[in-house]
Design a binder for this molecule. Sequence first.
Ligand SMILES: Nc1ncnc2c1ncn2[C@@H]1O[C@H](COP(=O)(O)OP(=O)(O)OP(=O)(O)O)[C@@H](O)[C@H]1O
Ligand SMILES: [Mg+2]
Length: 266
Amino acid sequence: MSTIDSMPVVNQTEAAPIASAGAAVIRVEDAHKYYDLGETRVHALRGVSIVIGQGEFVAIMGASGSGKSTFMNMLGCLDRLSSGRYLLEGIDVSRHDKRALALIRNQKIGFVFQGFNLLARTTALENTALPTLYTKIDKAERGKRAAEALAMVGLADRAQHFPSQMSGGQQQRVAVARALVNRPSILLADEPTGNLDSRTSVEIMEIFQSLNDKGLTIVLVTHEHDISQFAKRVLVFRDGKIRRDDPVVHRPKATEVLKTLPTLED
Ligand SMILES: Nc1ncnc2c1ncn2[C@@H]1O[C@H](COP(=O)(O)OP(=O)(O)OP(=O)(O)O)[C@@H](O)[C@H]1O
Ligand SMILES: [Mg+2]
C-alpha cells in the first residue's frame, strides 16, 4: 500500500469552501494583468479576487477601460494573467500554456460577443455546429446537438437560414446556440446586447435567464443598468479592480418585461 492510501481521508464536503451558490466554478485570486506596449505598460487588472459559484448569474459593469474585457478574456481562457491564480472548476488554469487553454476553452466555456461573428455563407445550423468540429463527437451527434442548441434559443425553424436572412437578434441567438453546443460549464458574454435594440436585448436576457434557471453559470458584461438587473449579482469594475459586488434585489423576469414592450411585426 502506498503512503497516499494510508493517509487519513478528508471529508471533501466538509473541507470544501462554501461559495454563495453551488460549488465554486470560478475562483480568481489576486489577478494582475499588464499589457506591455514598447515603452509603456498598461496595468489592466490590479488585484482582482472573486469566487463565482455554480448556477450564479453575474453582470459586470464599469467605465470603458476599467478592465472588464480583460477579466472576461482571462475567465474564458483566451488570455493569461501576469500574476495571480485562476481556478476553473478547481483546476488551476493560470499556469496552462496556450494549447492546454484552448482545450479547456473548447470543453468548458461558451463565449458570446457584441458582434455576432457568424460565418456569412454558412447556415444557422452549421454555424451552431462549428465548435463541435474540434471535438471527438461524431457527425450525426454533432447535427443533433446543434439542432438542440438552436431549439434552446427558439430558432428551430431557422436552421437553414443564412445570417443575412436573419434579424440582429436572431443572429445573436445563433451565436448563443453556438456557445452552448459543447455543453459548457460557463457562458461568458461580453456586451451581447451592445448592437441590439431594447426589445431584442430583453429577448436575449430571457434566453439567459432560462438557461440560468436550468443551472448554467453566466457572466455577462453590460454598459446598461437595466440589463444588469436581469442578473442575480452585479460587480462594478473601476481602474482594474472590483469596487462593488452587490446582489440584485428586485430582479425582473425578462418574460414579464417583454409583455410590456411593443413588438415589431415579423
Ligand atoms: N490587447 C491590449 N493591449 C494593450 N492594452 C490593452 C489591450 N487590451 C486592453 N488594453 C488596455 O487595458 C485596459 C482595460 O481594457 P479593457 O478592454 O479590459 O476595458 P473594458 O472595461 O472592457 O472597456 P470597454 O467598456 O470600453 O469595453 C485599457 O486601458 C485598455 O486600453
Ligand atoms: Mg470591453
